[in-house]
Design a protein around this ligand. Structure first.
Ligand code: EPU
Length: 420
């Protein structure tokens, strides 16, 4: 187990390229299970713990995978799926593994998938996925911690999500591609990663319309083809560096990202007093001497992303005045507040809302990363804090950020990874 050792305060300055998006790469890899012949080549796959875990899930199902992390390329041959089961041992490590339910059901007519684990962001049910497949006439059974879904072909229908679900929408796209009849998803997630998945499936031969809007339609096709596809840049990683620049009076330019994917985040940074300049695929943020306070509410895309809430809270800790941060996607996603308080932050949480009274400066301390995004927020807070901090449990951060400490060091931070 490793820890990060940080000596602050830092002033992040320089240019950096964001890696490929984890939350697009994972579902695209799951989508490759629908391809019965040939090798799918996926490029710009970030070298992360979650990618390695997901490769193990796909291999357990019988897919042949080769992965070159240096080149960020994954090759998947799903010609012979030998198992329809995604076991607990792998699923408990990462909730996104539930994404294999749709492809395995569509390919094999039966899927047995353990109920997921991963980041503990409250209860995180999978009822939308299950109800949607039941509406497509799959028979669903829940037994000993597993969901068993049977049905081939699935039947297209109009599926209503109670609220937009990111992986729920992606799972359903896979179920719908080979279904009998057209599927319409109402209240679909509009996230850029969902658009990326739909682009990939369409390039492979699917007929999906409306991705990026709340209504998606899927016309069934007979097969998908093996293709080469490049995953988009990671908006959440990019957003992390940009928030870091804003809160350390820094000046950072991030490339490899579509600025529209971060519109809400950039607006909020501007409201706090940062200067933002975007061009095609590049965003530059310059932080003021001290940020002002912020009111923000997380919301499904295009709203403010829940995944960057912890980073914004870290920024609010040392802003002038009082900030209000309301979480509406995962209502109890506030595990970072305890750690931020250890650095001296003044934060009160009541129900799903945090009130942050900005203080002049944080003080370094021993803290830990409770999950991927909370870990990133805490790391930024340690950068801005005066003195030495140690961040434990960085394996959570490694699930979603490739060598975060090296990237931050390249921007001028005094941060290193050390074995415990
Ligand atoms: N929900 C249900 N029932 C369901 C599915 C979702 O009630 O069957 C609720 C959730 O509890 C939550 C809301 O709907 O309150 C939205 O959840 P969603 O399904 O959109 O989340 P997810 O698909 O499980 C993905 C990302 C998360 C990210 C969320 C929100 C991946 C692999 N995961 O999760 O990313 O926070 O969308 O944008 O794409 C991360 O990368 O660190 C991460 C946690």
């Amino acid at each position: 187990m490793d820890k990060f050792v940080v000596k602050g305060p830092a002033k992040l300055t320089g240019s950096i390229r964001t890696d490929g998006s984890k939350n697009a790469a994972l579902p695209i890899m799951a989508g490759a299970l629908l391809v019965a012949k040939g090798e799918t080549v996926i490029k710009n796959v970030p070298p992360l713990r979650d990618i390695n875990t997901f490769i193990k899930v796909l291999e357990f199902l019988g897919a042949k995978i080769s992965y070159d992390p240096g080149k960020a390329v994954v090759t998947i041959d799903a010609g012979q799926l030998t198992s329809n089961t995604a076991p607990y041992e792998l699923m408990r490590q990462m909730r996104a593994s539930f994404l294999v339910l749709g492809p395995v059901l569509a390919r094999m007519g039966e899927a047995k998938v353990s109920l997921p684990g991963g980041c503990s962001l409250g209860s995180r049910p999978v009822d939308f996925h299950i109800k949607a497949f039941a509406a497509m006439k799959a028979k669903i059974e829940e037994k000993s911690g597993y969901i068993i879904a049977r049905g081939k072909p699935l039947h297209g229908d109009i599926i209503y999500f109670d609220r937009p679900s990111h992986t729920g929408t992606e799972n359903l796209l896979y179920g719908a591609v080979f279904a009998k009849g057209k599927t319409t998803i109402i209240n679909a997630a509009c996230d850029p990663e969902v658009i990326d998945v739909a682009h990939y499936l369409n390039e492979a031969g699917a007929k999906i319309h409306g991705a990026g809007t709340p209504t998606i339609t899927v016309e069934p096709v007979g097969k998908l083809n093996a293709i080469e596809y490049t995953v988009s840049g990671d908006r959440l990683v990019a957003g992390t560096y940009l928030i870091g620049a804003a809160m350390t009076s820094g000046d950072v330019e991030v490339s490899g990202i579509e600025p529209e994917q971060l519109t809400m985040v950039l607006r909020k940074l501007e409201e706090m007093g940062a200067k933002v300049n975007s061009t095609k695929k590049k965003i530059r943020v310059q932080g003021p001497k001290r940020l002002g306070p912020i009111n923000l509410t997380t919301f499904p895309f295009p709203g403010f992303p829940t995944d960057l809430q912890a980073c914004m809270m870290a920024a609010a800790c040392t802003a002038t005045g009082t900030s209000h941060i309301k979480e509406t996607v995962f209502v109890d996603r506030f595990s970072h507040t305890m750690e931020l308080r250890r650095l001296g932050a003044d934060i009160q949480v009541a129900s799903s809302e945090a009130v942050v009274n900005g203080i002049e400066g944080l003080q370094g301390a021993e803290v830990m990363a409770p999950d991927i995004r909370a870990g990133a927020g805490i790391t930024l807070a340690c950068l801005s804090a005066r003195g030495k901090s140690e961040i434990l449990r960085v394996y959570h951060i490694d699930r979603g950020y490739h060598q975060l400490e090296e990237k931050l060091a390249s921007l001028g931070a005094d941060i290193s990874r050390q074995p415990m």
